[in-house]
Ligand binder design. Structure first.
Ligand code: ADP
Length: 173
């Protein structure tokens, strides 16, 4: 059934007991504000030490590290597009973040993944436009694999939560 394996919750991604959480990182992969800062704080200094060895990450791509002090065993770092008005390939780059993160997850035997709302904080992507792109891309991926059992979208705040809930419901119709 469409929508059956995507769960949308309101909460803190650093607390999720899943195999991997996804970080909305910046290209340097050296930490930052928002969800990135929260993940580095919760994971402890080992995460930054490992990130320093990765050589950064291009927009739309993804890299993986261990989870250190997080309940999650892995962190998948992906770099969302900065919103520049919508005509600079932002939609496709955002979709790539979800697709490449899930592809990397399957290569590591990861079965449960939690995503934050990539790009809709400091990077300024409108959440009403980002949510259907994210949900569609996750659904498309799940339709072609049995390796990933559950994807949770962890939303900070009610506006983000409602945008993703609406997107899941609209896709299920
Ligand atoms: P970006 O730079 O990709 O826009 P941000 O971290 O600024 O990334 O914001 C992405 C989303 O993550 C926003 O909706 C923000 O509210 C949310 N966020 C911030 N902290 C957390 C957290 N601990 N758990 C889940 N989501 C979070």
């Amino acid at each position: 059934m469409v929508g059956s394996s995507i769960e949308v919750i309101e909460g803190d991604i650093t607390r999720q007991r899943v195999d991997a959480i996804v970080n909305a990182a910046n290209p340097a992969l050296l930490g930052g504000g928002g969800v990135d800062g929260a993940i580095h704080r919760a994971a402890g200094p080992g995460l930054l030490t490992e990130c320093r060895t990765l050589g950064g990450c291009a927009t739309g791509e993804a890299k993986i590290t261990k989870g250190y002090d997080l309940p999650a065993r892995w962190v998948i770092h992906t770099v969302g597009p900065i919103w520049r008005g919508g005509g600079q390939g932002e939609d496709a780059l955002l979709a790539s973040c979800y697709r490449n993160s899930l592809t990397l997850a399957t290569r590591h035997g990861i079965r449960t993944v939690a995503f934050p709302s990539i790009s809709t904080g400091a990077y300024g992507f409108p959440v009403a436009r980002a949510a259907p792109i994210a949900v569609r891309e996750i659904e498309r991926f799940l339709a072609h694999t049995t390796a990933i059992h559950r994807v949770t979208i962890v939303c900070r705040g009610p506006d983000t939560y409602h945008a993703y809930r609406d997107a899941v419901e609209e896709l299920a119709e």
